[in-house]
Design a protein around this ligand. Sequence first.
Ligand code: DGL
Length: 243
Amino acid sequence: MIGVFDSGVGGLSVFKELRKALPRERYVYFCDNAHCPYGTKSQQYIIDRAEAITKFLMDKGCNIIVVACNTATAAAIAHLRSHYPDFPFVGIEPAVKLAAAVTSKKVIGTLATAGTLSGEKYALALNRLPADIKVVEHIGEGFVELVENGKFEGPEVEEVIKKSLNPLLEAGADVIVLGCTHYPFLSPAIEKIAGENVTVIDPAPAVARRTKDILPSSDGIYGFEYYASGSPATLEKLLETLE
Ligand code: DGL
């Protein structure tokens, strides 16, 4: 059974890809929206949440956990792995390596939370890029709140997106990395503003492939359960559109 968690509904963008890659599995999704957003919280706060959710998912019988949140991966996955050395965890990180292979202008723009952009993992990923690649970043200010409120398109949404996306486009980025699992729900609006010469990258399919590679043996039963620490309204609305 595969456990999946995020600070809110964002992890559903990963769950969608997991279900495509591994349709005959049992899933438990935990939406921690009573504690959302994680992006502005301290590392210790996120470690405490990740630990509590991990215990919950293990008690439900999960034998692998997908941390479907870039911020929680940055803050807590090393801690989870050292605490449970024999248990498989899959995380998600901004796909700057893939973006470096795609950009023709050699300029990448990353949109992510403050927690992800200031984390050690992101700094390490940047250090591994070819020296001629320039990376510009911006926090997706207000993006998580839009998605948690079920707002994905329209003039109000586009105004919010432009404030964070335009600085990256003005810096010459021809690839935009979505470094937060909430942001793919805003992809149509992001693509509309960025224009057809800009590629938008979501690492969720790569996370699903990685999960498939390391999945412990399955019991052959399939199904889905979900839990939310806050209101399940947006989660339920989005789940209907995923089906
Ligand atoms: N969806 C999360 C991520 O991938 C976190 C959003 C938040 O709670 O700030 O980073």
